[in-house]
Design a protein around this ligand. Structure first.
Ligand code: MRU
Length: 341
């Protein structure tokens, strides 16, 4: 995800088309960016933050000539539209707040504020890249067995961030450094981010990857074929409860039962110290069709309702460690206090 050279468009990979087609698209209206985020053309918590900040900067090009107060009014309206595109990943609002703050903190006219937005959008992307690298470094202090054998869920690689990823970053970095790595990736129903995206990314990087149905995860753990479960997060509450792709909670329960460590990797921007615990995290509900259809094929009888949360909450008590760019955090997760230091 990046702003084009002149800041007039946001260039994304349309992740809905992978792995069949690799298509880059330039988004040059606010509506297109909102739609790209809500339809999961761009997805993954850090990536939607990077995309939203870039989209905000792009959208304010049309307001450059406006007086300062009118520019700020439009800026706030556009930021709010982007912030509501998806409710669970806190990185979205975090990135937008950062961008709005940078623009409003700039003295001068619309042109100066828009230049500040472009600079901040690029800084958010650069910071995310650095956070990926730091997460990988920290997580690799936990993944010491040779080979590294992990089970992961959803997609937490380069497609989901500006860098190598969150939970996939240590795997990719270790592989690049010559360590042996074996990854099991859940297919991640209903939108198949694991099968379509994680398997695609790892195969391209040359990392051995095997895909399994979500429902096969506990049986895999029972075979002792993995030494850790490693996932990303969309929002982490102050007490360490973790919102991540639906199915994460079941993995954590099964990991505890089998004595397998359950690690959550996320940039510090995913921690929301204003949210006391998982009950206060809004869980996005998706449309029925995402479950009722596989591609164009109907897999649910008409009239049968579907329950379609995109995320679930894994209680902190099931989390062995939260790995951020700032270090490794273990229970009791006093993340609010850590944020103040
Ligand atoms: O609905 P998605 O595909 O945006 O969900 C993504 C996830 O749940 C990821 O695990 C999370 O954003 C962490 S990604 C680095």
């Amino acid at each position: 995800v990046r702003l084009t050279g002149d800041g007039a468009a946001v260039r994304i990979i349309d992740q809905r088309l992978l792995p069949t087609e690799f298509v880059e698209v330039d988004l040059d209206t606010l509506d297109e960016v909102v739609d790209a985020i809500s339809s999961l053309a761009v997805r993954g918590a850090p990536a939607i933050g990077v995309c939203a900040a870039a989209g905000l900067a792009m959208s304010m090009l049309a307001h450059e000539a406006a007086p300062r107060h009118a520019f700020i009014a439009a800026l706030r309206t556009n930021a709010e539209r982007l912030a509501t595109a998806r409710p669970t990943a806190v990185n979205l609002r975090w990135a937008l707040d950062r961008a709005v703050h940078a623009a409003e903190g700039t003295t001068g006219d619309g042109r100066a504020m828009r230049a500040a937005l472009v600079r901040e959008a690029r800084a958010i992307r650069d910071d995310d890249l650095a956070m990926s690298a730091a997460i990988a470094r920290n997580a690799l202090t936990l993944l010491v067995a040779e080979p590294i054998r992990v089970l992961t869920h959803c997609n937490t690689g380069a497609l989901a961030t500006a860098g190598a990823g969150t939970a996939l970053a240590p795997v990719l970095v270790a592989h690049a450094a010559g360590r042996r790595v074996e990854v099991f990736a859940t297919e991640t129903r209903p939108l198949l981010q694991g099968a379509r995206l994680t398997a695609w990314e790892l195969q391209r990087a040359g990392v051995p990857v095997t895909v399994l149905a979500d429902g096969a995860s506990a049986a895999l753990m029972r075979t002792r074929a993995v030494d850790a479960v490693i996932v990303g997060a969309d929002r982490i509450a102050a007490n360490g409860d973790v919102a991540n792709k639906v199915g994460t909670y079941a993995l954590a329960v099964a990991a505890l039962h089998h004595g397998i460590p359950f690690y959550v990797c996320a940039p510090w921007s995913t921690i929301d110290v204003a949210t006391p615990d998982g009950n206060a995290i809004p869980i996005e509900m998706r449309g029925r069709d995402e479950l009722a259809k596989l591609g164009m094929t109907r897999v649910l009888p008409d009239g049968v309702p579907a329950w379609t949360p995109a995320f679930d909450i894994t209680p902190a008590s099931l989390v062995s460690a939260i790995v951020t760019d700032r270090g490794i955090h273990r229970a009791p997760f006093a993340l609010g206090a850590a944020a103040r230091t």
